[in-house]
Write a protein that binds this ligand. Structure first.
Ligand code: ATP
Length: 316
């Protein structure tokens, strides 16, 4: 089990949080820019010293240990590959450091290059590879010494959309197969949901909510978290009242709205996404969002079925 309780202050920023992860668990740290996600990873890796607190893994206190003695593999955004080494040498780097015998080292590098579909690139230098291939080499390098704990900071960060999607599923399979305890930083809610067993939502250096993706999505703790999870129908007390709810903030989940019998409204915006259409409609003076297979053009009068039983009252 990974247990941590850490405090760290910078001018104008304070991080203070407690967190736990089970052995083999993938835990995503999800939060906006500047919320302290990378700082937390650096504290766990030992690249930064906390003001107070500890990091324990498997019952061992890692806090006093230097980074290289923590058994932690990491992939940081700015942690570039060694340009003068080949792909295979980059992947072998940590194994040489840890003095693995040559035969075992070679077998491990081969195994990883195979899994990462990089075997045909083994002799190339990083600059001869595409961005996605480089990212896979960096991941192989982090996994090579069989770390018990893996820290990934925006592992799909610098990639274009297509490569990002390709690597997302690749990373998902790799993490599931290797069963290494992983803390993964992202600011993309969809990425966190797909990769992680649980997500921890962080805001301004504090833990807001932690739970399975379904829990955090369907039962966000407050309006801020709901919005951050991608919910669009967040109603003020006044808006709640207009559509027939008590005068408190509410979240209407996507399943609560569909076109059909119900209140009269009008389509204000129609967003064509390909497989689905997003519709911003105005009903009883309230702007609401729903998705459908097909949708009427902007300006079309519609009727909206609202299942108010699904409405979730929110804090603040
Ligand atoms: N070495 C440092 N010295 C001073 N302030 C720092 C230092 N490192 C980080 N900070 C500050 O701490 C805060 C959190 O930064 P951090 O990089 O952890 O955020 P983040 O959630 O990872 O953001 P992003 O998603 O943009 O990478 C920021 O306000 C940042 O300016």
């Amino acid at each position: 089990m990974l247990e941590l309780s850490l405090e760290k202050s910078f001018p104008g920023f304070q991080l203070a949080l407690d967190l736990m992860a089970q052995e083999g668990e993938v835990l995503a740290l999800l939060g906006p820019s500047g919320s302290g996600k990378s700082t937390l990873l650096r504290l766990i890796a030992g690249l930064l010293a906390p003001d107070r607190g500890f990091v324990r893994f498997g019952g061992v206190d890692l806090t006093p240990l230097p980074p290289e003695r923590r058994g932690v593999g990491f992939l940081f955004q700015d942690y570039a590959l060694f340009p003068h080494l080949t792909v295979a040498e980059n992947v072998a780097f940590g194994l040489v450091e840890a003095r693995w015998p040559r035969a075992e080292r070679e077998a491990r590098v081969r195994e990883l290059l195979e899994r990462m579909e990089l075997l045909s690139h083994a002799g190339k230098r990083p600059q001869e590879l595409s961005g996605g291939e480089q990212q896979r080499v960096a991941l192989a390098r982090a996994l090579a010494p069989k770390p018990r704990l893996l820290l990934l900071d925006e592992p799909l960060g610098a990639l274009d959309l297509r490569l990002r999607e390709e690597l997302l599923f690749f990373l998902r399979r790799t993490l599931r197969e290797t069963r290494v305890t992983t803390l993964l930083v992202t600011h993309d809610q969809g990425e966190a949901f797909l990769l992680a067993h649980r997500v921890a939502v962080i805001r301004q250096g504090r833990l807001v909510q932690v739970g399975r993706p379904e829990e955090v999505y369907t039962k966000p703790k407050d309006a801020w978290t709901a919005r951050f999870m991608g919910h669009k129908n967040l109603l003020s007390p006044e808006e709640s009242q207009r559509i027939g709810l008590p005068p408190k903030p509410h979240l209407l989940p996507p399943g609560a709205l569909r076109l059909g019998e119900g209140a009269e409204g009008v389509v204000e915006e129609r967003l064509y996404y390909g497989p689905r259409v997003g519709l911003w409609v105005r009903v009883k003076g309230v702007r609401l969002y729903l998705e459908a297979q097909e949708g009427p053009e902007e300006g079309t009068p519609i009727r909206l079925h609202l299942d108010l039983n699904q409405a979730l009252p929110l804090e603040g």
